[in-house]
Design a protein around this ligand. Structure first.
Ligand SMILES: [Ca+2]
Ligand SMILES: [Ca+2]
Ligand SMILES: [Ca+2]
Length: 199
């Protein structure tokens, strides 16, 4: 097994190589290699979801699937903050948090998946501690929010939130949830208190 450390989503991955000739006939047995990815970020929050009525969750165009959104809110932050950047989401995917002279304490949302499945992932390389006073600290925990933005008539989805700490490929928290109220803002948003690394 290979072990790779990146800012990608932690976990175990299996790669397989199939070799065929011009006629599509296999010319040798498949070759496989397993890879364990460990994140260099101390805090990773990942959202994935499935939509039972969506027969193809891989197609990509407006309305091709359900749109669920991941939010990470700093201490004292505001849900769906459109001006202050206290809610890291598709509206503010790379806000400046904590110390203004540091970037490792900023959250980063990798993408907004708007047509099914995810994942959407927010990473913080070196999160501010969540107790104590001062600009570089927070006095209450991070919060994780999930919002069912639009179901595009596909109906309910099965969402799962996972929190990873310190690059461990095994999540410290897994929160499954059924969402069936797409577009019903401000209801239908799920909040959890995100575990944070010990300092
Ligand atoms: Ca689809
Ligand atoms: Ca989304
Ligand atoms: Ca900062």
């Amino acid at each position: 097994m290979l072990i790779i450390t990146t800012t990608s989503i932690p976990g175990d991955y299996l790669f397989q190589l199939d070799v065929t000739d011009a006629g599509g006939v296999p010319v040798c047995p498949p070759s496989q290699v397993s890879v364990q990815v460990r994140s260099s970020a101390r805090l990773v929050v990942e959202l994935v979801w499935t939509t039972p009525s969506d027969e193809d969750e891989t197609d990509e165009f407006l309305g091709a699937g359900t749109d669920v959104d991941l939010h990470l809110i700093r201490a004292g932050g505001t849900w769906d903050d459109t001006s202050g950047g206290s809610d890291c989401s598709f509206r503010a995917p790379h806000p400046d948090w904590g110390s203004p002279t540091e970037t490792d304490d900023n959250p980063s949302l990798d993408r907004d998946d708007s047509d099914g499945g995810g994942p959407e992932t927010i990473t913080v390389l070196s999160p501010a501690i969540t107790f104590g006073p001062g600009m570089e600290y927070y006095d209450s925990p991070y919060q994780v929010g999930v919002y069912f933005f639009d179901d595009w008539t596909f109906g309910e989805v099965y969402a799962s939130l996972r929190v990873y700490l310190e690059g461990d490929p095994d999540p410290v928290a897994v929160w499954p949830s059924v969402l069936d109220d797409g577009g019903s803002h401000p209801d239908g948003r799920l909040f959890r208190e995100a575990p944070a690394p010990e300092q």
